[in-house]
Design a protein around this ligand. Structure first.
Ligand SMILES: Cc1cc2nc3c(=O)[nH]c(=O)nc-3n(C[C@H](O)[C@H](O)[C@H](O)COP(=O)(O)OP(=O)(O)OC[C@H]3O[C@@H](n4cnc5c(N)ncnc54)[C@H](O)[C@@H]3O)c2cc1C
Length: 378
C-alpha cells in the first residue's frame, strides 16, 4: 500500500480523504484492465468510471466549480493502479474543460453524457506545424453568417477516433497570432470530420490525426467569444496542468512501492538488496522526489481551489517538477529491478514507457521553464 500520510496535509478536507478512500477501494477491485484493445478498454473504462460516479468530478456546469484537488487525487490514484484508467478519466476532463469553464447551458448539456460515461471527449489544439507554438494554429474557421466552416488538420489528439465530441481551436482571424483564435464544440458525426491517421506511441492509448474538410459548425457551437480561443486554451491548461503532474506522481509512487517490495525481497550477497547503502541512497532520493512533487501539485491545486484566477506559475512548477522527477524515480526503479526492470510486461517497464509523454504534452518541460522564468522576472 502506497504512503497515504500526505492526505493529512492541510491542503485537504474530509471530502478529499473520503473520495480517496472510495476510489482506492474501487481501483483495487477493478484495475488494471486488459490493454490488448486500447480503444475498447478506454470506452469500457469511461463507462465504468461514469457508473461508479467518479466522472462527476471531470466537469462543472454553471454554478458548480471544478475541484482541482479532487481531479489531482483521482489522477494520482488511477495512475498508480493503471495508466490507461488515468488517461480515460483525464480526457473526460480536458476534452470538456472549455465547456466547463466557458460553455453555455446548451453546450454544457454534453457534460451530462461525459460525466455519466456515455460519451467520450477530446481536446484538439495541436497541429502538425504548431505543437508548442500554439499561437501559430492554421486550422481555419470562416464566418459564413449563421455558421462557421472549418478546414485544416489537428494531430496528436488523444481519444481521436473514439471521441464523441471535440473541443477544437481554430483561426477566426480577429487579429494576428494568439488573438485570432476561437474555440468550438464539434460533435464527431459532423460531416467532413475525418480520422486521417491513427498514431501509435510507446505507451499505447487512442491518438489520431484529424482532417477538417469544410466542417460546418453552427454559431452556437463557438465556446466563449470570437478571438478568445487562446485565452480559453490557457485557462483550461491552467486547471489541468497540475493534474498531469498528479498522474506522474501516481506513476512515481507506484515505482517507489514496487522498489521497496523488490529491495526487501531480493537476496543479494547473502542479504536483502535493501541493506546495500547505495540502494538505500536511491530509495531516499525517490521518496524525497515523490514528496516534493506532491507538495508542489497539491499547493497548485489548493491555490486554484481557494479562488485564484490563474495559477500559471504554480501549475507550471508542479507539472515540470513532478513529470521530470517521476522519470528519474522510475529510472531508478528499473535499475534496482535489474533485468526484470526491462522485461516486457513488468510493472516498472510499463511505467518507464508511460511516463515519457507527460514531459512533452500540455506544454513540454522546456516550455514550463520559460513560463516559470517569465513569472519570476515579471
Ligand atoms: C501522447 C501524446 C498525447 C497528446 N495529446 C494531445 C491532445 O489530446 N490534444 C492536443 O492538442 N495535443 C496533444 N498532444 C500534442 C502535444 O501537446 C505536443 O506534442 C506538444 O505540445 C509538443 O509539440 P510538438 O510535438 O509539435 O513538438 P515541438 O513543438 O516541435 O517541440 C519539440 C521540442 O522542442 C522543445 N521546445 C519547444 N518549445 C520550446 C521553447 N520555447 N524553448 C525551448 N525548447 C522548446 C521541447 O523540448 C519540445 O518537446 C499529445 C502529444 C503526445 C505525445
Amino acid at each position: 500500500m502506497a504512503d497515504q500520510s500526505f492526505l493529512n496535509w492541510p491542503f485537504f478536507e474530509d471530502k478529499h480523504r473520503a473520495l480517496h478512500a472510495e476510489l482506492e477501494a474501487w481501483a483495487s477491485a477493478n484495475l488494471p484492465v486488459d490493454h490488448s484493445d486500447v480503444d475498447q478498454a478506454c470506452k469500457d473504462l469511461v463507462a465504468a468510471l461514469g457508473k461508479a460516479g467518479f466522472l462527476q468530478y471531470s466537469g462543472a456546469k454553471q454554478g458548480e466549480t471544478l475541484d482541482v484537488r479532487c481531479l489531482c487525487l483521482i489522477r494520482e490514484t488511477l495512475a498508480r493502479h493503471d495508466g490507461l484508467a488515468d488517461f480515460a478519466f483525464a480526457m473526460q476532463g480536458l476534452g470538456t474543460g472549455a465547456l466547463s469553464l466557458f460553455g453555455t447551458p446548451d453546450q454544457q448539456a454534453w457534460l451530462d453524457k461525459t460525466r455519466a460515461g456515455e460519451a467520450l471527449s477530446a481536446f484538439a489544439l495541436s497541429e502538425p506545424k504548431s505543437g508548442s507554438d500554439v499561437a501559430n494554429i492554421e486550422l481555419s474557421a470562416e464566418d459564413k453568417g449563421n455558421h462557421y466552416v472549418l478546414n485544416g488538420e489537428k494531430t496528436w489528439i488523444s481519444n481521436g477516433g473514439i471521441a464523441n465530441v471535440y473541443t477544437v481551436f481554430a483561426r477566426t482571424g480577429e487579429a494576428p497570432g494568439a488573438k485570432g483564435l476561437s474555440a468550438f464544440v464539434v460533435p464527431t458525426d459532423s460531416e467532413g470530420l475525418e480520422i486521417a491517421e491513427r498514431l501509435d506511441v510507446i505507451a499505447p492509448h487512442p491518438l489520431a490525426r484529424l482532417k477538417f474538410n469544410n466542417v460546418h459548425v453552427p454559431k452556437t457551437g463557438m465556446i466563449g467569444e470570437a478571438g478568445a480561443g487562446f485565452k480559453i486554451a490557457m485557462s483550461v491548461l491552467d486547471v489541468f496542468r497540475s493534474t498531469v503532474g498528479a498522474a506522474a506522481l501516481g506513476f512515481a509512487r507506484r515505482a517507489l512501492d514496487e522498489t521497496l517490495t523488490r529491495a526487501k525481497s531480493r537476496e543479494l550477497f547473502g542479504a536483502p538488496l535493501a541493506e546495500l547503502q547505495m540502494v538505500q541512497g536511491h530509495i531516499a532520493d525517490m521518496a524525497l522526489d515523490v514528496d516534493a512533487a506532491a507538495l508542489l501539485i497539491y499547493r497548485a491545486a489548493w491555490t486554484k481551489d481557494m479562488g485564484a484566477a490563474r495559477v500559471t506559475r504554480e501549475a507550471a512548477m508542479a507539472k515540470l517538477y513532478a513529470t521530470d522527477k517521476a522519470q528519474e524515480v522510475i529510472d531508478k526503479a528499473v535499475q534496482i529491478h535489474g533485468g526484470d526492470g526491462v522485461r516486457k510486461g513488468s510493472i516498472v517497464e510499463s511505467l518507464y514507457r508511460e511516463i515519457r509523454a507527460l514531459r512533452i504534452y500540455e506544454g513540454a518541460s522546456d516550455v514550463q521553464k520559460i513560463v516559470i522564468a517569465r513569472q519570476a522576472l515579471a
